[in-house]
Design a protein around this ligand. Sequence first.
Ligand code: COA
Length: 379
Amino acid sequence: MSTGTESSSAAAGLRGVVAAQSAIGDVNGEQGILIYQGYNIHDLAEHSTFEEVIYLLWNGRLPNRAELDEHTARLRRNYEAPQQVIDLMKQYPKESDPMDVLRTAVSSLDLYDAKGQGTDRDAAVGAAVRITGQIGHIAAAWDRIRNGKEVIAPDQNLSIAENFLYMLRGEKADADEARMFDIALILHADHELNASTFTTRVVAGTLADMYGCVTAGIAALAGPLHGGANTNVMKMLIEIGDPAKIDAWIDQALAEKRKIMGIGHAVYKTEDPRATWLRKFSKQMADKKGEQKWYDMSQAIEKAMLEKKGMYPNVDFYSASTYYLMGIPLDIYTPIFAVSRISGWTGHILEQYANNKLIRPRAEYIGARDLKYTPIAER
Ligand code: COA
């Protein structure tokens, strides 16, 4: 009989387990290299756009000019979420968490998409275009609705990055900020079998539709150990408040075995290549706003964690102070992650559908066996 005390043969958290074959992205945790479909993230951040990266993730190759134009136009035609979904959001409790709202509203998109349920390539790409186009409208609309402001309709002349900032803040971003945000979307687009992407593939493996898969992905992303970390980084910076308090704060957190948000990674054992860009953006925003405090504090925490634990910042660490100085509300950071990661999720779902096998692993049973049922009156 299993006692539950013997050592497990299953890797905790499935660390190091290869659970799928994929051509979409790869993380080299030792060397800190991230690639999408063969292209280094630094190259894409330098030269590409988020729209082009979406094409790459869905099609496995870079588009030519005509293909990119057609793909971009198709996304733009699908920027606007159904009015019924926005109207429904107006009924939600105003204090609702934006990730709960995003999950619920994206799930409800399914009800207004007569053609979104197929899992063949054409139907699934159609649904992917609509969700990817509309998710920014939903995420931005919620912040307006909860603050009693008019929902801003998407502008088809703007890129996904420009449009999101416009719909959220009510004014168009300048070119530098729009490009910075576009790169941030590129950096968050895919990350191999992270928890939310794995979730979408498990759901896709049952041949559930694109909306069901993405809804599950949003649920997984919301957790503080995954996409929710960026919001918590900013909360931590605000809580510490004073650069002079950093060392003592970290020592106490570590003594209490609390995790420092935005630090550490399940795969990277060196600098996360996305953090390299976001550190630069955090500094760029600090200079632009003339407010160095959050960048300086982040640098000090990064240094302390490297010295004390040999740990590096991940993607969420510097995105927090970057978004903060862009005037984005703290709890919208994780929805922004979803606005980007939708591209990787949908890419993985398309890949799963194209060569599907139900994902059904086994558990190592550690419970009791052969117990004899006792009638309730005798217990
Ligand atoms: N702060 C302090 N200690 C940390 C830490 C952090 N952010 N991340 C990991 N550790 C420590 C753990 O306490 C553990 O120490 P122990 O061996 O003394 O118990 C050890 O490092 C291994 O931690 P574990 O959680 O098992 O590693 P993991 O590979 O599962 O961690 C994360 C990956 C991302 C879940 C983890 O680093 C974390 O929780 N980070 C903060 C949340 C975050 O930023 N998430 C976004 C990820 S992109």
